[in-house]
Design a protein around this ligand. Sequence first.
Ligand code: HEC
Ligand code: HEC
Length: 332
Amino acid sequence: MIYIGTAMLLLIMALNSCTKDDSPVAAYYEANGLLIPAGFPIPAIPEGNEITRERVELGRRLFFDKALSRDFSTSCASCHLPTHAFSDTVAISPGVEGRLGFRNSPPLLNVAYFSSFMEEGGVASLEQQVLAPIQDHNEFDFNILLIADRMKQDSSYVNSSLAAYDREPDPYVITRAIACYERTLIGGQSDYDRYTSQQQLSAMSDAAIRGMELFNSRELACSNCHSGFLFTDESFRNTGLYEAYADSGRARLTYLPSDRGLFKVPSLRNVTLTAPYMHNGGFPSLESVIDHYASGGFEHENKDPLIQGFSLSESQKQDLLAFLAALEHQEL
Ligand code: HEC
Ligand code: HEC
């Protein structure tokens, strides 16, 4: 219940800021047809990396450029597909030489709003996050200084870099430009948004409305963790996926036994586009995710007390699926 209160408050604050805000951030979004959706706050932008058209364009080019990887085989977009809310369609995405990591590629749509990144939450900013795939043996297996060298051999990159940050390509420019681009990936035009923030009461089907009630119900408890305008409270929880987790989740960062098997609560926006699911892509479909929650999961010393199991009729399950589908972003 507390979470629903917070969500409402956020919504009201956001609606206010939407109509009144004339900050440079809002102005940038507006000037580029990227209106911040009703119900969404203005993203926080770190000092020194204000959004400008030159920076976003440079970041976009880098995001899609395979020259960021050692062997020119992989770009950020190889694993974060624009057609899938910037996630991937396979459980584990291949990096250079087809090497596989151990986690599922998360969607990047609305990543501007997160306060920590990666499953264990160990990365504090989008700028910092850019270094992870570059150095990762299973992703780009490369070195950011060598990426800057490659860019310097291309005069259009040098010119864009000077225009964006008034300096030649270097790690400062690469990390900031990509982060700037990622902050423009905002999606809040779903049937759910039209229904709640824009009061178009026909935007959601009756089935989806019944599904929303189930989602918010005490028995299913989904909205206790998947709360707020992004449907995540950004906490770390153990959902009882395994008796013994191969990936220890948040404990990789904290080394605390009580953090074993805890993962960041993911946003459920666009979840119909981001299969397969969970940190390792272990569930192929939303049906299988719901079956997991209904079963109450496996016993684990850290399993969250909210994961208790419940029973749903087939038509209630379809309602819940209809609600999740109503969270899909649609360009208007
Ligand atoms: C080989 C596939 C692959 C490539 C290439 C890749 N990523 Fe990722 N990305 C992932 C995976 C897997 C994760 C989850 C990692 C984790 O939690 O440990 C991730 C996580 C992220 C996150 C954190 C999202 C969140 O919700 O916490 C961001 C941001 C991100 N990637 C951006 C990028 C950018 C920018 C690039 C290019 C510079 C890139 N990725 C390249 C697979 C990839
Ligand atoms: C105790 C907090 C909690 C509750 C309650 C909860 N979830 Fe989750 N949910 C999570 C966490 C944490 C994950 C990620 C787990 C992982 O990756 O191992 C997750 C993952 C998911 C995913 C997969 C998303 C993706 O992109 O991989 C879906 C879908 C989902 N939950 C829907 C629901 C629904 C529907 C309910 C109610 C029946 C629910 N959740 C209840 C915490 C919770």
